[in-house]
Design a protein around this ligand. Sequence first.
Ligand SMILES: Cc1ncc(C[n+]2csc(CCOP(=O)(O)OP(=O)(O)O)c2C)c(N)n1
Ligand SMILES: [Mg+2]
Length: 397
Amino acid sequence: MLLRHDFYFQPISAAEDLILAKTATSPKKEALTKNGTGTRTKTTASKTGETNGDHDFALVELAKAEYAKRRKSQLDSIKTIDKKLLREMLYMMVLGRRFEEKCAEVYRMGKIGGFCHLYIGQEAIGVGSMMALKPTDMVITSYRDHVQAMIKGISPESVLAELYGKAGGCVKGKGGSMHMFSKEHEFYGGHGIVGGQIGVGTGMAYAAKYKQSGQVVLCFFGEAAVNQGIFHESLNMAQLWKLPCIYICENNQYGMGTSQERAMSTRNIAKKAEAFEMANEFVDGMDVMAVREATLRAIERARKDSSPTLLEIRAYRFMGHSMSDPGNYRTRDEIKKYQERDPVVLFKDSLKESKVLGDKDFEKIESEAVAAVDRAVKFADESPFPQKSELFTDVFA
Ligand SMILES: Cc1ncc(C[n+]2csc(CCOP(=O)(O)OP(=O)(O)O)c2C)c(N)n1
Ligand SMILES: [Mg+2]
């Protein structure tokens, strides 16, 4: 049996080749072999991997080696981008990380109630894709929305106050963690129903095309949402009507405590777009530059041809599904392995190696991010709770 780690950061075909090479010299491992017709078949030689938490990481090393080879591409693309933008991209990644760490801290202090889903480990996806947009472009996402709201321009103060349920929040404290929203910033939520935003995002792209506004839509969702009917219905319509929608599947390998391999018959989400003849791409979501470049290609398709794209961007959720996740479906070792490919560290290393930023710049970025988070905490602490009269405003029924 192939394990999800075996192919993690590579398109499945490349991973299969690596596994074939590896298993040829390792008879103990389960092998994916070619049969007489050249078709790949699985042979089962062990029970490893049949349950969550029982993993073989040997091939993650191969994935890392693959990245080491590809790393030059991150260094090369850094050279093509304005230093100011690179600095801003790193700042947003660091701000996202520090902000979410603070959320975990104040959640444990009881300052945030209800659900709270953190983005730690997935920062390169939000930053790489959203910072390739124009401010007028639209974004819609799932409940894992704090960092994406900030990247779209909503202030850390109003995001944290929203988490606190305070009047200074971007939806006056009435949405909470899962429902960040700002028409002004073209950020349309924050949705709690898994996959629900895929239909709404498709409608937004329809509206943009109908009004000839020139906007494109980034529609984010997790890999578990792909099993919902709305994903298939929406992609069909988007391709049929040629809508400027970029569907971003943030594949972090888990839907709550269920791994993708236990819930999906195929590992290859990007290729699902082919059922609709839609453009698609697999992207390493730990590499912010790879995310940016794939998104730019999709944006061009959307703006020039008004045509949609599905991007499967693979990363890993370093924290639990939400703050109340006991996390007993995976091991600490598994998490540690992926932390070796931490997207923030990776990007910093590349910037350093490219000599675009130096130690002083990193220190300054770090202290600016910490200061921004501290200001957000002060603002949220001091913001009042909403008036009772707010119960009857902004209500649609
Ligand atoms: C329609 C629906 N079914 C079930 C749930 C419960 N639920 C909340 S989050 C979640 C997992 C979603 O995982 P994924 O789409 O991979 O996103 P991630 O949390 O990994 O970002 C589930 C099943 C829900 N909110 N909505
Ligand atoms: Mg997931």
